[in-house]
Design a protein around this ligand. Structure first.
Ligand SMILES: Nc1nc2c(c(=O)[nH]1)N[C@H]1C(S)=C(S)[C@@H](COP(=O)(O)O)O[C@H]1N2
Ligand SMILES: [Mo]
Length: 244
């Protein structure tokens, strides 16, 4: 069987393309040695190459922090402080709509934990900062019949969910910053979910909706086989060290 990254099913059945790709990558790595000033361009190349690397080998190269840039859609609209909105609705007494300025004005929590993707890559000690999801839920007034939270994204495709108990953990953030900088577009900015104790697919990028529901509704990847309860080291048949 091909070692296909399940997050990039479009690579399936293209083994020749992969060999060609790895050959190209080898030349790129030589370029770093020969001409360090090309590093920036190489990082940009590796950033996009990692998206298409089903072998995971790009993760071993100096590509600026070990993150991969994932999106299940081919393009995502850009949102900024003027255009971004986050809605909180569903089984709540006080539905709300937040601007970026609204979110920035709320108390911020900073956490430093490892990031672990279910496909294997891990990034040590990454600061995330934002508003505790529990604070937004409390502000909305969750009704007694509620049991879960569903997250939707302005890419128009991705979704995630948590039980209410998971959502209320203090290490679950509506994140505005990563690595002590405002969250950039590629990493899901201006606002993404950050679920520290779970595999990174739980941390929905380009977050636009928080809907309180009765039951957990499986998210995008969960519909395609990932575990709904995504604790790092205790799900998806993996034994990684916990992240939180
Ligand atoms: N909207 C959206 N959120 C997403 C994804 C995605 O494709 N779209 N991928 C998930 C997966 S599988 C991972 S590993 C992380 C990747 O985050 P990064 O691109 O900032 O490294 O985002 C998660 N959140
Ligand atoms: Mo992932």
């Amino acid at each position: 069987m091909d070692p296909v990254d399940p997050e990039h099913p479009e690579e399936r059945g293209a083994p020749v393309g992969r060999r060609v790709f790895l050959g190209t990558l080898g030349l790129g790595a030589l370029g770093v040695v020969a001409a360090p000033t090309l590093q920036r361009g190489l990082e940009a190349f590796l950033g996009s190459a990692a998206d298409k690397d089903p072998t995971g080998l790009t993760g071993l190269l100096p590509n600026g922090g070990g993150f991969r840039y994932y999106s299940v859609t081919s393009s995502v609209p850009r949102k900024n402080a003027a255009t971004y909105r986050l809605t909180v609705d569903g089984l709540v007494d006080r539905p709300r709509r937040y601007t970026l300025a609204d979110l920035r004005a709320l108390p911020q929590t900073r956490l430093v934990r490892d990031v672990q993707c279910v496909t294997g890559w891990r990034v040590p000690g990454t600061p995330f900062e934002g508003v505790r999801l529990s604070a937004l839920l409390d502000a909305a007034g969750v009704r007694a019949t509620a049991g879960a939270v569903r997250f939707t994204c302005f890419d128009g495709a991705y979704s995630e969910s948590l039980t209410l108990e998971q959502a209320r953990r203090p290490d679950v953030l509506v994140a505005l910053r990563m690595k002590d900088e405002d969250l950039g577009h590629d990493h899901g900015g201006p606002v993404r979910l950050y679920v520290a104790p779970m595999y990174f697919y739980k941390s929905a990028k380009w977050l636009s909706g928080i809907t309180v529901t009765e039951d957990v509704r499986p998210g995008y990847w969960e519909d395609r086989g990932y575990d709904v309860d995504a604790w790092v080291g205790r799900s998806n048949g993996r034994d990684d060290d916990p992240t939180s």
